[in-house]
Design a protein around this ligand. Structure first.
Ligand code: 6PG
Length: 225
């Protein structure tokens, strides 16, 4: 039984403000409960405004630990990397201890990076919050329709990804679902068809995301079928 809660926002700006507020509230509960907050970041462009909002919140950044849901196999300082986007929009503006930021070493190539990152993820699980986007084909992180992975892995090497670059590293469904809260962010008319297929229970990677307690899905009106 899917336990998805759909939230429709009027526009991308409101979506970003609302998502940032929910993330802040999620962090406050984790910090109150256990003095630590482990969050997995989404890549792509949708989260950028959210990260810019997060750079301004008041919190004890020393208790935050940052992981990444996926990464593109590009040189370590390539602006197309998800970790670089998160750094420029948020992480370099706040005082999260460097050892608490866990980028995927995707510059090593898919296999070596996946193997190395699996160890970090194993000791991090369960997460408090996983943030995800969705592509126009219903992919999430770097889990693409029609691509099959070894389900015993926590982190997958990805080749021939239909969204460039072709080589990537992605957390597995098992790892992405091992989180108390999952927030999925979808904006723009280009995503509407995939949202329709998702709501029709079609077999898409995004449809296999359920977290430990279901998902909070934030759409803007343009993405709503
Ligand atoms: C990536 C992301 C990918 C992204 C979706 C949505 O590396 O591109 O991890 O899964 O979240 O493709 O991307 P946009 O937010 O740019 O639409």
């Amino acid at each position: 039984m899917k336990n998805n809660r759909w939230h429709i926002l009027p526009d991308p700006q409101t979506l970003a403000e609302t998502a940032a507020k929910i993330i802040e509230e999620c962090s406050q509960s984790a910090l109150t409960e256990k003095g630590a907050f482990k969050i997995v970041l989404a890549g792509g462009t949708t989260p950028e405004k959210i990260y810019q909002h997060l750079a301004k919140i008041k919190t004890d950044w020393s208790c935050w630990s940052i992981y990444f849901g996926d990464e593109r196999c590009l040189p370590i300082d390539d602006p197309q990397r998800n970790s670089i986007m998160a750094t420029h929009s948020w992480l370099k503006h706040v005082s999260i201890p460097e050892n608490n930021i866990h980028p995927i070493p995707a510059e090593l190539g898919p296999e070596a990076a996946a193997q190395r990152y699996a160890g970090e993820i194993e000791s991090a699980l369960p997460f408090d919050l996983v943030l995800l986007g969705m592509g126009e084909d219903g992919h999430t992180a770097s889990l693409f329709p029609g691509q099959h992975h070894n389900t015993t892995e926590l982190v997958h090497p990805v080749h021939e990804a239909p969204k460039p670059p072709p080589e990537r590293v992605s957390l597995s469904l098992e790892a992405l679902n091992n989180s108390n809260t999952v927030i999925i962010l979808v904006a723009g008319a280009a995503k509407r068809k995939a949202v329709q297929q998702w709501q029709a229970d079609e077999d898409l990677p995004i449809a296999s995301i359920h977290g430990r307690n279901g998902c909070e899905i934030y759409l803007d009106l343009a993405a709503q079928p």
